[in-house]
Design a protein around this ligand. Structure first.
Ligand code: UDP
Length: 260
């Protein structure tokens, strides 16, 4: 799978069907596990500020550009990501694959009633999926949840705790469920359960999903301040890299006088 690097993280450079095709044929069909991180500008900024979180993300098998801001930054830094790949779309498609192939899934995250609503919807709309376990995202003992996942032996683990908790959880415990596709999904359970509405399709196509989330949940503005901060950090780093490279190219030959 081709990747493009933006500020220390290597993002999958594919569209949604291309990525799913690769995941299905090279991982799911062969029962090979994978850790998938879905990274938006806010998460990219958090990684830029915290090297331990950056390491947690870097260890993912796939980092998906889950935000138009990441794709835009790639254009500004000449890394040319083809497309945004939204975590929610991957979730819905993985459910289809899981249903077709009679897979086992574990659902971890969100409030108790939201988590239960996700379990109920999957049980009624995807009858071939076995939900082998679930837990809300507010249990204190994360290790106990990880052990339950290990025991349940799922093919897919959906972790919707929000960042950085979901990535840290997968990073810390994925050795307990090495056969599973484990993906961090942010607020996807809220949307899937109908608790929160996703932006209408036409707004998503206009790349304005972020604006819809801001207008419908104005308290997010504090978090969204991190989007321009992310842009600034990436561009600054890019400039520093170019500057430190440039002098090497124009270095004067030493001992000029020897040749004159
Ligand atoms: N959440 C959780 N446990 C926590 C904190 C948050 O399960 O300790 C859930 C929360 O209920 C919500 C999701 O994580 O369902 C985070 O949603 P948010 O919209 O913040 O995620 P984003 O998509 O913006 O990353």
């Amino acid at each position: 799978m081709q990747t493009e690097r933006i500020h220390k993280l290597s993002y999958v450079n594919a569209d949604l069907p291309g990525f799913l095709h690769h995941l299905e044929h090279s991982y799911i069909n062969r029962r090979v596990g994978a850790y998938i991180a879905t990274v938006n500008p806010e998460i990219g900024y958090a990684a830029a500020k915290d090297s331990s979180y950056c390491n947690v993300l870097s260890s993912a098998d796939f980092i998906l550009p889950d935000g138009i801001g990441v794709v835009m930054m790639s254009k500004l830094t000449n890394s040319r990501l083809k497309s945004r790949i939204a975590g929610y779309d991957v979730f819905i498609n993985l459910l289809k694959i899981a249903n077709d192939k009679k897979k086992r899934v574990f659902l971890y995250g969100a409030k108790k009633e939201v988590n239960q609503a996700v379990v109920d919807r999957i049980s009624s709309e995807y009858p071939n999926i076995s939900v082998v376990g679930y837990s809300d995202g507010y249990a204190k003992d994360k290790e106990a949840v990880a052990k339950r996942i290990a025991k349940a032996k799922p093919d897919m683990v959906f972790v919707a705790l929000g960042y950085p908790h979901q990535e840290r959880f997968i990073y810390e415990y994925k050795h307990l469920f090495p056969q599973a596709i484990a993906i961090g999904l942010g607020g996807s359970f809220d949307v899937f359960s109908g608790t929160v509405k996703r932006a209408p399709g036409w707004l998503i196509r206009l790349n304005l999903e972020w604006l819809y989330r801001l207008v419908t949940n104005p308290s997010r503005w504090k978090r969204m301040i991190n989007i321009p901060k992310y842009a600034f950090t990436v561009l600054k780093e890019e400039r520093v890299q170019k500057q430190s490279y440039y002098p090497e190219q124009v270095k004067e030959p030493q001992n000029k006088s020897m040749h004159s």
